[in-house]
Structures are given as structure tokens and as C-alpha cells.
Design a protein around this ligand. Structure first.
Ligand SMILES: Cc1cc2nc3c(=O)[nH]c(=O)nc-3n(C[C@H](O)[C@H](O)[C@H](O)COP(=O)(O)OP(=O)(O)OC[C@H]3O[C@@H](n4cnc5c(N)ncnc54)[C@H](O)[C@@H]3O)c2cc1C
Length: 540
């Protein structure tokens, strides 16, 4: 199946004298998100992407509520919600269809969105691109491949080559050029040029398996396929993942390849139709959108930074899609890296702030990868006797599902005088609907998605000393008081009770720098934050 018709390079290569704030190599969802987050802070971004158009074939389907909050910050969440399925849950079923375990997703979640959604990745990428393209400070070179990176004392140079993309193959031509930036971020996927250039070694978690991925679009948009929203069908004869929807129009399956089967033999339309026959879909009533064998791998780079080069998304980590968290993790990378780069590029913080990117993101994504692998071990059993034992262990609860989402455990987080993390530091904050100046909306829509100080019962604007306000101003932080009248649903009162706090200091990626009680503790936390960020004097 062709991934693109013939298309040539687009974009005008800027003069080599122009030094962009950031070169973003690779423009999948992670590169798109990072580009917008940097551009909206006023930084100049040059995007270099091999394919002239958005990659048209689907992969990711699932996102969670935290990622919806990131998409809200990117201005695309409402459209995504409209065109996605709200997932009711995730089931593990035995080969007879009995539900052995289920994760309940059918509820509103604490980030201010439904718990989990199923979307169509090309639609998401189209929306993210429209956002990035709306900024005049973004330059696009699409149909250009990054080929060689050189770091200088104060920047990076990237050698690029124009080419023609035809039938999913990039054919590099003779034209090369050089572009410059202060930093380069490799959002360039599993075979990242940036990661390879700097020998950024990766920890291999030891999982590798070939699965056939099938996407189908029923001809009748109202056709209801009789299957759960998301299920692992634990059939030792063929472990299978079934998604009733990917976006509103598509169905998706993943079929594990069995011993003796090859990618070539399993990649034919006939095999795909035969495997999904039992769900009543066939070439007469549906369109085969994709049938590709993927090798699922599990790797996390030891370091996401080398000098002025950083990596994000699949360039930094790979995991099998059993929890639907690969792209989600990449979008978290983008949100975290964007605020750090913003502070450095704007001259507010020293470059060493970027050293905190790896310790924040690596343990988080490693923990999720381990959970995905644990689930993978459960679902990939093909020996019938072991499968029976596994089913029984799931039925009785002896076999536990993977752990919930982790906190951030290192980096820019409030510590006590002995250096230990304070209670609440690193937890994901909530978002709920609030009333402010007569307007009712989700909090971020009213105060933005940068640094935020929330208090309840007292007013930080009044209680804090000028030094603390100086830091708040330098960070462009929002200060908001949420008392009972503003707290429409009571969610903030319950949250503060749970935290044992009356204020919270949120980072722009929504994780808590700290949450505790009283103005003195907040002032001390702000001083600590200033020190950890190594904020430079204004104009310095
Ligand atoms: C079958 C399957 C199902 C999945 N399901 C889910 C899911 O449900 N939920 C989820 O969160 N994740 C899921 N994932 C993972 C998700 O698809 C990826 O994590 C995500 O696409 C990674 O985004 P990215 O932007 O980091 O990289 P990519 O999307 O791989 O983009 C990288 C881009 O870089 C470009 N590029 C590479 N090298 C160069 C170069 N030298 N010069 C210029 N451009 C270059 C490429 O052309 C590409 O456009 C799934 C993955 C698979 C395979």
C-alpha cells in the first residue's frame, strides 16, 4: 500500500547566516507539538522533515487524559474530542470471550478530560501541523532529510539534502545545504539521526516481537462492530489486540505473528481480511487502510541530551503499544522540554537547566515501558497450558495488572534541607472547571498552561514578598486563588484536602513542583525554585 504519491521538497532554505533558536529534525506528532510550544513563546524554529506531507497512515490510537490536557495547551483538544471515541475500558479476555480483568476508563478524569480516548493519528498530525504553521516564526523544510550534525561552541549546523518521496521511499537528490540553530532537537523517530550522531546508547528492555497491525474503515459509518472498546484477546492460538475504534471511522487490530510466520507472508490483504472475518468485515463492506507488520521493541536512551542536541519521542524511547503510551510519552517529552528550552532560549535560565530533562523524563518513560512489557508478557503466551494457568491467575486476581502512571521522581522538584523530595512534589496536578470573573471554564483555558500558583483560602498576590513576586514575574507565572465560589465542582477543595495543602505550584507540564500550606512555605518553595532553575538576572 503506498504511503505517499510522488512529491518533491518544499520550503525555502534560509541563508546560512540565520541562526534559528531551535532546529527540529523530524515532524511527527512530537516534533509538531514541540514546534508549536516553542513558537508560541516567540522562538524561531526551523523544521526539517523527510516527507513532504503529513504521514497519511495511522499508528497511535489511544491517548489518556493527561495527554488531552497537553493537546488542550496546543489548541486542538476540542476537535480531537469531537472526532474521537471516549473509551469505556480496557479488557483482558480469554479465548472464549470471558472477561478476566478490566480497567475502567469510562469516567471523567482528574486532568479535566475523559479518562481515555481513541483517535486517528493522521488527523491529530494534521491539526498539530495547522497550529504550528500558524506561527510566522516557524520555517518548514519538508522533503529535506537531515544528514549530518556539527556542534560548535554556540550552536549547531545541520547538513540537509532535498529529495523526492515516492511510494513511501525517500530518494535523496544532489542538492545539499546547511542550516543553523542554537539547539537541535531530534524528534526523528526510531532511527534517529540525532541519537546516532552522538552515540546516545539505549537500555534495551529485552522485548522484541512482530505483530501485524490492521486498520479498516467500514463503508457504512454507522456500522457497529461487535467488539469491546479495547481488548486483549488472550488466545494462545493467536494473541490479538482489538480496538473497536481509532477515531470515529476506523477499527484496529494487532495480531501477534506465530512461530514460522514471516512479515512478508503476513502482510497481504488476504491475510488481513481473513483475520478480521469473524468481526463481519470484508472487502465488500469495508476498506483496508493499513496492514503492516511492525517489530515492537523496548528501548530507552540513557541520556536524552548531548550538548546542544536533544532527543524526544521515539527518538529517545520505544515501547510496544500494549498500553498505548508511546506517543503519549513523546508528547510529555515535548511539553517538558519546551518549558526548559524556553527558559534557556529566552535568557532566563542557564543552559545547565537542560541537564534536568533526562532525569525527569527517563525514569517516567522507563516505568511506563516496564508496565507495557509486563502486560506484553501476560498477553503473548502461546503455550496452551501456560495460557490456562495465566487465565486462572488473572481470574483470581493473583496476577496483577501493571501499576498506575508514575510520578516525576527527579529534576526540578521541591526538596527538603536534606535533599529529599517533599511530599506531593512530582505528582500530576488536577484540572477542573472553575469560575473566574463570571466565566466558567477549565482552569488552563482561563489562566494559561505555564507556571501556575494556586492557593485556596488566602491570596498569594497579597501575601508574598516582592522577591517572590519577582520570580513569579520572571517565569510569567499565573497566580490564582480558588475558593468555594470559584471551585464549581468542589474538585479543588477535595484535591487540596488530599494533598494536605492550601497552595500548589504547578510546572508548565502540569506536574507539581510543590504543594504545602501557608505563605511562608510557598515563599520558601519559590526561593528554592529560583535556585534550582538558576534564574539569571533580567536582561542578563
Ligand atoms: C502499531 C502501533 C500502534 C501504536 N499505538 C499507540 C497508541 O495507541 N498510543 C500511543 O501513545 N502510541 C502508540 N504508538 C506509538 C506512536 O505511534 C509513536 O510513539 C509516535 O508516532 C512517535 O512519534 P514521534 O514524533 O516521536 O516519531 P515519528 O512519528 O516516528 O516521526 C518521526 C519523523 O521524523 C522524520 N525523520 C526521521 N529521520 C529524519 C531525518 N534524518 N531527517 C528528516 N526527517 C526525519 C520521519 O520522516 C518522521 O516523520 C503506536 C505505534 C505503533 C507502531
Amino acid at each position: 500500500m503506498s504511503t505517499t504519491t510522488q512529491a518533491a521538497a518544499t520550503g525555502v532554505v534560509p541563508s546560512p547566516d540565520v541562526v534559528h533558536d531551535a532546529l527540529v529534525v523530524g515532524y511527527g506528532p512530537v516534533g509538531q507539538a514541540l514546534t508549536t510550544l516553542l513558537a508560541e513563546r516567540g522562538h524561531s524554529v526551523l523544521v526539517v522533515e523527510r516527507w513532504p506531507q503529513i504521514y497519511p497512515l495511522p499508528r497511535a490510537g489511544h491517548i489518556d487524559h493527561e495527554v488531552m490536557r497537553i493537546l488542550q495547551a496546543l489548541g486542538v483538544a476540542d476537535v480531537i474530542e469531537e472526532d474521537s471515541w471516549k473509551l469505556s475500558g480496557y479488557e483482558l479476555r480469554d479465548s472464549h470471550g470471558e472477561v478476566l480483568h478490566s480497567f475502567d476508563w469510562g469516567h471523567e478524569a482528574f486532568s479535566g478530560w475523559f479518562s481515555d480516548y481513541s483517535l486517528f493519528q493522521p488527523q491529530l498530525e494534521g491539526l498539530l501541523h495547522d497550529r504550528a504553521a500558524s506561527y510566522p516564526n516557524v520555517t518548514f523544510l519538508r522533503g529535506w532529510q537531515g544528514e549530518e550534525i556539527r556542534q560548535t561552541a554556540d550552536g549547531v549546523e545541520l547538513v540537509i539534502r532535498a529529495g523526492v518521496a515516492s511510494e513511501g521511499v525517500f530518494d535523496g537528490g544532489p542538492t545539499t545545504d546547511i542550516v543553523r540553530g542554537r539547539y537541535i532537537v531530534g524528534c526523528d523517530g526510531a532511527n534517529s539521526l540525532v541519537r546516532k550522531t552522538y552515540d546516545m546508547a539505549a537500555e534495551d528492555f529485552g522485548f522484541e516481537a512482530d505483530w501485524l497491525v490492521v486498520f479498516v474503515e467500514p463503508n457504512d459509518p454507522n456500522h457497529k462492530v461487535d467488539m469491546p472498546d479495547v481488548a486483549q484477546l488472550l488466545d494462545p492460538a493467536r494473541p490479538t489486540t482489538a480496538f473497536r475504534s481509532s477515531g470515529k471511522r476506523f477499527c484496529r487490530w494487532e495480531f501477534m505473528l506465530m512461530p514460522g510466520e514471516t512479515a512478508q507472508s503476513m502482510s497481504t490483504p488476504e491475510v488481513a481480511w481473513q483475520l478480521i472475518e469473524r468481526w463481519g468485515l470484508n472487502a465488500d463492506n469495508a476498506r483496508l487502510v493499513r496492514n503492516t507488520v511492525f517489530r515492537f521493541r523496548s528501548q530507552v536512551a540513557y541520556d536524552f541530551r548531548h550538548g546542544r542536541a536533544l532527543v524526544a519521542g521515539d527518538a529517545a524511547h520505544l515501547m510496544p503499544p500494549f498500553l498505548g503510551q508511546g506517543m503519549c510519552s513523546g508528547l510529555r517529552d515535548a511539553k517538558t522540554l519546551a518549558w526548559k528550552l524556553d527558559l534557556v532560549l529566552s535568557g532566563a535560565a542557564d543552559d545547565c537547566l537542560l541537564d534536568t530533562y533526562t532525569p525527569e523524563r527517563r525514569p517516567h518513560v522507563s516505568s511506563i515501558t516496564e508496565s507495557a512489557l509486563k502486560l506484553g508478557e501476560i498477553i503473548s503466551v502461546i503455550d496452551p497450558e501456560r495460557a490456562k494457568a495465566r487465565d486462572e491467575a488473572l481470574r483470581t486476581g493473583e496476577m496483577k495488572p501493571p501499576a498506575p502512571m508514575p510520578d516525576i521522581v527527579d529534576g526540578i522538584l521541591r526538596r527538603d534541607p536534606s535533599g529529599w523530595l517533599t511530599e506531593n512534589a512530582g505528582r500530576l496536578s488536577i484540572q477542573a472547571r472553575v469560575r473566574r470573573d463570571g466565566v466558567e471554564a477549565r482552569l488552563d483555558d482561563l489562566v494559561g498552561h505555564g507556571w501556575t500558583v494556586i492557593t485556596t483560602g488566602w491570596d498569594a498576590a497579597v501575601a508574598l514578598a516582592p522577591e517572590a513576586h519577582g520570580v513569579i514575574e520572571r517565569l510569567g507565572a499565573s497566580v490564582v486563588r480558588i475558593d468555594a465560589d470559584a471551585d464549581i465542582t468542589g474538585a479543588y477543595a477535595a484535591w487540596f484536602a488530599d494533598l494536605g495543602a492550601d497552595w500548589a505550584l504547578l510546572r508548565p507540564d502540569f506536574y507539581l513542583f510543590a504543594a504545602a500550606s501557608g505563605p511562608e512555605a510557598l515563599a520558601a518553595a519559590i526561593t528554592d525554585l529560583q535556585g534550582q532553575l538558576r534564574l539569571l538576572p533580567a536582561g542578563g
